[in-house]
Design a protein around this ligand. Sequence first.
Ligand code: ACO
Length: 402
Amino acid sequence: VIDIRRLYAEGQVFTYDPGFTSTAACDSTITFIDGDKGELLHRGYPIDQLASESHYLEVCYLLLYGDLPSAEALEDFENRVTNHTMLHEQMMNFFRGFRRDGHPMAIMTGVVGAMSAFYHDSTDISDEWQREVASIRLIAKMPTIAAYAYKYSIGQPFVYPRNDLDYASNFLRMCFAVPAEDYEVNPILSRAMDRIFTLHADHEQNASTSTVRLAGSSGANPFACIAAGIACLWGPAHGGANQACLEMLEEIGSVDRIPEFIERAKDKSDPFRLMGFGHRVYKNHDPRATVMKESADEVLSLLGVENNPKLQVAKELERIALEDDYFVSKKLFPNVDFYSGIILEAMGFPTSMFTPIFALSRTVGWISQWKEMIGDPTQKIGRPRQLYKGEPMRDYVNVEDR
Ligand code: ACO
């Protein structure tokens, strides 16, 4: 009888699983996904109920602490987050060091990593209180950092957070208010923003969350781990998909060119893919996309932007792809990023801000997963194996003899 567990433990056998499609690296009580049924639960609660009936900060509490808060606990949590929305004034110098045309994700990766230098009183991961403060600081400051990255890129002065506003309204105001002009946040837009935050809050072991866990497994501080997550999220196959999707809609340009792009997406010799379609886990439908589609309809009719060419292309593309055999047979449905990009475009965000908004929404998921990992005594430093396919051992040859 072969004791396979002993062989694994001794490193004598290992699974070869590129993309980790069938390897679990941890156990978790935070998020459950059934990709075949199109189900996403946070701590047991379905995402569509949370997105319709709850709001982002309550979902943050749920993800972080495991249960829905009492009214008192929620108020206390909201106050704690609100107290930390300001950035250390010296961090402005850090923003100003970047070129104005730098991508906001590059700025966010740098600024969040640098938080370890500004808030080093919450980097000792062995101290529960410091872990808690770091978590609250990250959730509270991410909207400020994202909004400042945007304001800096368009050459406008930073708008300081206003703590009498809810999380989403405060973010919209920091992005769109200009000094000496009144700015009223429209409640429908604020609700749509809050839903985007809620729908992106966590998604179990996706690439960026796994990156945060892997970085955290070495004992790195939470700000460094979240900066690693932001860097991973930037890629077009992950968080960059909503930006890539809008760029694709721009490239398609008009409804009559859609068939050409559909054909390209099916052509295996062409690397082009329909951005915003398909998902590694959801092979039925993405439950977040259903809620996001409702929000997209609300925002588009409020803003009266149905005539925006990109949005027209998006609607027609969705219709054609959902009837096309290739996409239907491969179960390639619009994912959450397809609709979130459309909403953000309609609200007036440039495409470069789409991924930063995803990053700020996902921060709570990253932090919750990081905290869970730190509290799990069975977790070891993450260290994947490899299947070596290089040269066998050979002797060094001096440069003049090669
Ligand atoms: N357009 C055209 N064909 C596609 C697409 C697409 N968007 N997505 C997958 N396919 C095809 C593949 O070519 C492959 O075809 P084959 O079986 O003939 O080889 C088949 O569908 C399976 O694709 P995989 O790449 O193996 O699926 P995987 O689960 O690894 O990929 C992914 C998932 C990365 C999301 C993929 O669907 C994709 O690239 N989509 C576009 C990018 C995107 O929208 N990303 C956002 C993901 S959601 C998020 O991060 C929140």
